[in-house]
Design a protein around this ligand. Structure first.
Ligand code: SAH
Length: 454
């Protein structure tokens, strides 16, 4: 470690800023925010250092900067010259401000860009209201100490509380509910330790389509219960030492029955563990998350649901197909093509009458049945339609055409990845290809990256 990190208390102390320019002004503003009395000078005169606790130089004539550094060193006043590490006796880090929590990142002056990139990552990982959590922790400290005299039990409780639902409530700004959660938790703790289950949407596959909340919970989980649609990229976000339990499900090839999965979640929570139940897409869209939530509620287990990007949204975004479009589609229907004993349990007449966009999950195998039903109910066989496979992943493929065309060409095209069927006028919008392309150009022009697939 090249530098010794400290946080300096400058409240009411004099800070000298030598230089005139934007950088000098920014440094002065930061010092004022920390409570310092700032003495700003365009150039350097020895007397400016009288009583100064710290000195910063920026954008001043070279002779002034060198005089400043020499005088400060002589007087033992810490001095920093912006972007001149060889002149500094201290460096200023990149700061993530979650007052009263302050996170500082520095690279010993060798790679400030890298330090800033790292700061951006930390910014994303630490919720903006994290500071509120520190205040909350201070306010409940005495109460927790009184209820849990054993230090180890108290530490476990606080760790759980500050990463659990109470913390989420603090982040959401509902401190009263957070306090109630702490009280309930303390009461439970005194009786018996209890875990918690998070039913988390893993999104369509790409790790950066996870919500920040899902990412945080993955980093805190004791055990991850996941199924087939959850990608390795997403699983890689989990805490290294978290146990992983695969309860995969492929059509007609269930690894564990739903009842067994429910029972497993209840058992893990009763062991006092922090369980993340990860599901592809959104847990409440054809994910049986509702059944698991019911089972947990019935067993009296604490649970929370975290939404994810469902396949229909990922498919629409990836292929630039708007699910609703002014003047074209006023409704979008999520339906399942899953069949029971060879018949589709869908009201095709109602779907055809709606005239909006249809997003059919688990619908490839039964597409002929669905198409037959929709066409019999009056839908044009030439209605635009598309199969979108592995949306939201680099392996995404699309077969676009008409409803009857997909029935004919779909089976040969399919490679067996999860596939969504989209039906409706929005799929075939000719102008859309161009406007999407135009948007991509704009994105490129402003430096955003657009990943084109196939
Ligand atoms: N809860 C999930 C859906 C689970 S049902 C969600 O919200 O997305 C499984 C069906 O979802 C698959 O048969 C397929 O139709 C669809 N699906 C899931 N992931 C997909 C993906 N990445 N691309 C296309 N379709 C997908």
């Amino acid at each position: 470690m090249r530098h010794f990190p400290i946080f300096l208390d400058l409240a009411g102390r004099t800070a000298l800023v030598v230089g005139s320019g934007e950088v000098a002004a920014r440094k002065a503003a930061a010092l004022i925010e920390a409570g310092a009395v700032v003495r700003e000078r365009p150039g350097f005169a020895e007397a400016d250092l009288d009583g100064a606790a710290i000195a910063i130089g920026a954008e001043a004539p070279e002779a002034d900067l060198r005089a400043l550094v020499a005088a400060a060193r002589r007087r033992g006043v810490p001095v920093n010259v912006v972007d001149r590490p060889e002149l500094c006796t201290f460096i200023t880090p990149s700061v993530i401000d979650r007052d009263p929590v302050t996170i500082a990142v520095a690279s010993a002056g060798t790679a400030p860009v890298l330090a800033r990139l790292l700061r951006a990552r930390i910014e994303a990982a630490v919720p903006p209201r994290f500071g509120a959590l520190a205040g909350f922790a201070a306010r409940i400290r005495d109460r927790v100490r009184a209820a849990l005299p054993n230090p180890a039990a108290r530490r476990r409780f606080l760790e759980r509380t500050l990463t659990g639902p109470a913390a989420d409530l603090v982040f959401a700004g509902d401190e009263a509910a957070a306090v109630a959660t702490v009280e309930a938790g303390l009461a439970d703790c005194v009786r018996a330790p209890e875990g918690i289950v998070f039913l988390v949407g893993a999104g369509p596959g790409a790790a950066d389509l996870l919500t920040l909340r899902a990412q945080r919970l993955l980093g805190e989980a004791d055990v991850i219960v996941h199924d087939r649609l959850v990608s390795e990229d997403v699983l890689a976000m989990a805490r290294r030492d978290a146990e992983r339990i695969y309860v995969g499900k492929a059509r007609a090839n269930h690894c564990l029955s739903q009842e067994a999965i429910n029972a497993l979640l209840v058992r893990l929570a009763r062991e006092g563990r922090r369980v993340v139940r990860l599901k592809g897409g959104d847990p409440l869209v054809f994910g049986r998350g509702g059944e698991e939530a019911e089972a947990l509620a019935a067993a009296g287990i604490c649970f929370e649901i975290v939404p994810g990007v469902t396949a229909a949204l990922a498919a629409g975004a990836q292929r630039a197909i708007p699910l609703t479009h002014r003047g074209v589609a006023r409704t979008v229907t999520f339906a399942t093509g899953h069949s029971r004993e060879g018949t589709l349990d869908l009201d095709c007449a109602a779907l055809a009458r709606l005239g909006g966009t249809l997003a059919i999950y688990m619908g490839v195998a039964t597409l002929p049945l669905l198409a037959e039903g929709l066409i019999a109910a009056g839908l044009d066989p030439a209605t635009p339609a598309a199969l979108v496979e592995s949306a939201g992943t680099p392996a995404c493929r699309e077969l676009a055409g008409t409803l009857d065309g997909l029935v004919r060409d779909g089976p040969a095209w399919s490679r067996g990845g999860p596939t969504l069927v989209l039906i409706g006028a929005v799929v075939g919008r000719g102008g859309l290809g161009r406007s999407a392309a135009a948007e991509i150009e704009v994105a490129a022009a402003i430096g955003l990256q657009h990943v084109a697939v196939e």
